[in-house]
Each structure stands twice: as structure tokens, then as C-alpha cells.
Design a protein around this ligand. Structure first.
Ligand SMILES: Cc1cc2nc3c(=O)[nH]c(=O)nc-3n(C[C@H](O)[C@H](O)[C@H](O)COP(=O)(O)OP(=O)(O)OC[C@H]3O[C@@H](n4cnc5c(N)ncnc54)[C@H](O)[C@@H]3O)c2cc1C
Length: 459
């Protein structure tokens, strides 16, 4: 007997977890299996972009994230004891009506994953740790997958969120074109340190030796340590190994690393998969795009892949046309291509400065097959309603539904997916319907009730 489910997710990194949370709140039967026996340690992808914070708000995890995350402190670059430069990588900004989370926040990846896992538990799901996907076969109706536990699972769809080495992508023979920058390797770890303030990101540059940086990790008493490596250099990944690299580059004796909690070697890879879908198997996150760490885009792009895919899978499982799933690759692959260009540029530059392009707020699906005079992110803001009350846009959008705003036209909700309709008091842009997708992008903006009905039938 096979266990059956609607969606099987392989990999419980940030991408798989985001998808599991989104599907769970939609009531989709889903299992998420992870090969590692325990949740991952490691601060890795530590920058949460403004758009990701909006996604987390919608998924109900923004509270615990904001409880620990902080803006990036100023960065101080020194040569030995001599400060040579001070700057901000991400400048804290004031929230505006349209952008409630304007600032990139620092939050260690292990904690982001823990918050998502906790939300999944609240929604009745759980990660099956120590359960690797070992193989799969697909047919017209679904996927039969083997797990390392010996179990066989039958699912209508398999989502591979199995990271940069993605065994699923490899098994499907999907190309992963791009480059590995052997000259841009680094050692990365989480350490405790004595003698170092937590109000700065500390960077030391020693010509001929290399660079070492310590980021005080928000919500913890640890630092993320990053040391550039010369070709062929492979430091010992132990506390004394990191202490040696630190002392050599900073030329400081007073700072002592006291504990190493996690460590890894990292090679800059810039790659994009040829396809995001093969029949009933969909791929997301690092499995389809890997980034240099500069610009903090990797984790964020994966979270947003999952957020784009979640509602589409749920709709198709409820009877919407299968072609809706094709729009996942159509919308998300060009985004990854652009983000990869951006992160590669940032990795090439010696600049630490970031700007709005990395916030992922201006990202748009305009011109795609799901956009009818739409495609842009629906901004937050106060919204006067016809019943005399005032709402905030994001309060109306929060949840798994579509949101229909009708301005100067009678609310009109044809049969189809769950739509919450609101009549807006002051028409903006004339009489029209604005339908916002569950992932917060405008699907259609029209004055025609028939066109609206046709759009809803499509999704
Ligand atoms: C060492 C390191 C340092 C990084 N540093 C940064 C950084 O500084 N800034 C930044 O933005 N990004 C960084 N990243 C990238 C960032 O961590 C990733 O973009 C992000 O983790 C991608 O999330 P994901 O869920 O798509 O994949 P992952 O986080 O890789 O998760 C994939 C999961 O799938 C599991 N898995 C694999 N195969 C199977 C299988 N067969 N069955 C079941 N489970 C499986 C893995 O165990 C893993 O838990 C770093 C990554 C690494 C590895």
C-alpha cells in the first residue's frame, strides 16, 4: 500500500518550508520530507528583503521574525587598527503607506527556518526529518516516490526544493547552466567572540592575506564569520583554524573566538536551470537558481518561488486548468535570471552598498499570461471603503484568497476560486475591477464584468 498525498515536497530549507506553510493554510494535503536527521544549523542566508517580509506577513510569521531581526548595523572596514571606511550596506528607512517593511533585516537562516517550521506545526503539518527522497517515477496522474525510510509515497505533484545539488533536477536531466567562480571561495561559520562590539559589521582587509568579516547575528550572541580564500587555500574548519585566519587578517590579539557552532566552505556559483517543471515535478529555490551571497538574494528568491507556486498548485488541485502551472516557470525564471545578473554584478564589485533593486519590491509579472493590465505588486495603503470604513490594503489581502476591489461598479463575483470582494469608496483610475492574486500581484484590472469572469475561470 502506498501512502497518498496531493503534494510531496522534497527538502525543508526555506523554500520547501514556505511552500509547506502556504499549502497547509490552504488545506492542501501535503508531506514535506527532509534528508537531514535534524533541522539545519547555520546563519547562511541572513538578509531578509522587504518583499520577503511582506510574504512572511501574509503567511503569519512576521511577528516572530520581527521579534529577533534587526537592520544591518553600519559596516566598518579596517586595515589592522586603522579604520579605512565606514558605510551602511542597507540603510534603515521609514515605513510608508505603500511599503510597510522598507528595510532589509538581518535574521539567521536557521531561525527563519525554525519560525516557518513552528508555523507549519500550528497549521497541523510537520517536517519528516531523516526521510530522504531516494527516487521517483511519474505518470499521467502523479508521481510515485521512494523514501530512505523504505516507504513509498504516491503524490499528485512532487516539488523539489532540494537545494543547489538537487538530485531531482539531476535525475530529470535538466541543465543548470552558468559558472562556478573558483576564485571566489570563502570559509563561513557561526562563532562566539570576546572583545568585539555588536554595533558594527567588522571587516578587516589585509593585502596579500585576504579579508575576514564578522556580522553580529541578530537575535543571538553569535557572529557570522566570513573569510575569503586564496586559490588552493583550505583552512581547518575548527575554532583554532578560524582563530588563526582571524588573527592573520585582523592583526588583533585582543579579540578571541571562543566557540565555533557551525562551519562550511562556500564557492560562488551562478547558475540557472533550463526548466522549472517536468510534467508533475516542479522545482523551486536553489534547485533552480544559485547565487553569490552578495546582495542576499538566494533565500529570498526561493521563498518567493514557493509563494508563487503555492496558490497555483492549490488551484489546479481544485480543478483549475493545468496550464496554470506553466505560468510558474514563465513568471519566476525571468526573475531569477535578472536577480542572478544583479547578484553576479554585486559579487564582482567591491562595493558593499545595496539599493532598491535588491529589495524585490519592483519585481513584476507584467506582460505575462496571467497579467491583464496587471502584473505589479499591489502596494499597501489606506483604502476608504464604500461602507464608510477605512481599511488597509494588506489587511484585505492577508490570507489565501483572491481580493476583488470594485471602484464605482457593483461588486460582482463570478463562481470560481475563493474571492473576497470589497467596494472601494473613491474610484481611482475610473470605474474598474482590480483583482489581486493570492500572492499579492494584480491579476486583472478591467471595467468589464465579462473579462473578469473569464479571468477567474482561467485561474
Ligand atoms: C554554506 C552556505 C552559505 C550561504 N550563505 C549565504 C549568504 O550569506 N547569503 C544568502 O543570501 N544566501 C546564502 N546561501 C544561500 C542560501 O542559504 C540559499 O539560497 C537558501 O538556503 C536556499 O533555500 P532552499 O530551500 O531552496 O535550499 P536549501 O536551503 O539548500 O535546502 C534544501 C534542502 O533539501 C534537502 N535535501 C536535499 N536532497 C534531498 C533529498 N533527496 N530528500 C530530502 N531532502 C533533501 C537538504 O538537506 C536541504 O535541507 C548560502 C548557502 C550555503 C550552502
Amino acid at each position: 500500500m502506498h501512502e497518498t498525498t496531493d503534494v510531496l515536497i522534497a527538502g525543508a530549507g526555506p523554500t520547501g518550508l514556505t511552500l509547506a506553510v502556504d499549502l497547509a493554510r490552504r488545506g492542501v494535503a501535503c508531506r514535506i520530507v527532509e534528508q537531514a536527521p535534524e533541522p539545519a544549523a547555520g546563519s547562511k542566508g541572513k538578509g531578509l528583503q522587504p518583499r520577503t517580509l511582506e510574504v512572511f506577513d501574509d503567511l503569519g510569521v512576521i511577528g516572530p521574525i520581527l521579534a529577533a531581526a534587526t537592520p544591518y548595523p553600519p559596516l566598518r572596514v579596517r586595515m589592522g587598527r586603522v579604520p579605512v571606511w565606514q558605510a551602511r550596506m542597507h540603510r534603515p528607512a521609514e515605513a510608508t503607506d505603500a511599503v510597510p517593511y522598507p528595510t532589509v533585516l538581518m535574521h539567521p537562516q536557521w531561525r527563519t527556518e525554525a519560525v516557518l517550521r513552528e508555523r507549519l506545526t500550528e497549521l497541523g503539518g510537520k517536517v519528516e526529518q531523516g526521510a530522504a527522497l531516494t527516487g521517483f517515477e511519474q505518470d499521467a496522474d502523479g508521481v510515485t516516490a521512494g523514501l530512505g525510510t523504505g516507504e513509498t509515497v504516491r503524490a499528485r505533484y512532487l516539488v523539489a526544493a532540494d537545494g543547489g545539488r538537487s538530485p531531482v533536477r539531476k535525475a530529470l536531466g535538466i541543465g543548470f547552466a552558468g559558472e562556478t567562480r573558483e576564485e571566489q571561495r570563502m570559509a563561513l561559520g557561526d562563532v562566539r567572540a570576546e572583545g568585539l562590539d555588536r554595533d558594527h559589521i567588522h571587516v578587516w582587509v589585509r593585502p596579500g592575506k585576504g579579508t575576514v568579516a564578522l556580522y553580529p547575528m541578530a537575535g543571538t550572541d553569535t557572529f557570522q564569520i566570513l573569510a575569503t580564500l586564496k586559490p588552493g587555500e583550505t583552512p581547518e574548519q575548527t575554532l583554532p583554524g578560524y582563530q588563526r585566519v582571524f588573527a592573520e587578517r585582523s592583526m588583533l590579539r585582543r579579540v578571541r573566538l571562543t566557540e565555533l557552532l557551525w562551519s562550511s566552505l562556500y564557492r560562488v556559483n551562478i547558475r540557472l536551470a533550463d526548466r522549472y517543471r517536468s510534467g508533475r515535478v516542479l522545482l523551486a529555490g536553489d534547485a533552480v537558481h544559485v547565487h553569490p551571497p552578495a546582495g542576499g538574494q538566494g533565500l529570498n528568491t526561493g521563498v518567493q518561488d514557493a509563494y508563487n507556486l503555492g496558490w497555483k498548485l492549490a488551484r489546479v488541485l481544485s480543478g483549475a486548468p493545468e496550464t496554470l502551472l506553466d505560468t510558474y516557470e514563465e513568471e519566476r525564471r525571468p526573475v531569477a535570471a535578472r536577480v542572478l545578473g544583479l547578484s553576479a554584478d554585486l559579487a564582482g564589485k567591491k562595493s558593499y552598498k545595496r539599493d532598491e533593486e535588491t529589495y524585490q519590491l519592483s519585481l513584476s509579472y507584467r506582460g505575462g499570461s496571467l497579467a491583464r493590465r496587471g502584473g505589479d505588486r499591489m502596494p499597501d495603503g489606506p483604502l476608504p471603503l464604500a461602507d464608510g470604513t477605512r481599511a488597509r490594503v494588506f489587511d484585505l489581502l492577508r490570507g489565501p484568497h483572491f481580493t476583488l476591489l470594485s471602484a464605482g461598479l457593483a461588486p460582482h463575483v463570478p463562481a470560481g476560486p475563493e474571492v473576497r470582494a470589497y467596494e472601494v469608496a473613491e474610484p481611482y483610475g475610473g470605474e474598474r475591477y482590480t483583482l489581486v492574486r493570492p500572492d499579492g500581484y494584480v491579476g486583472i484590472s478591467t471595467s468589464s464584468a465579462d473579462e473578469l469572469a473569464a479571468y477567474l475561470a482561467m485561474v
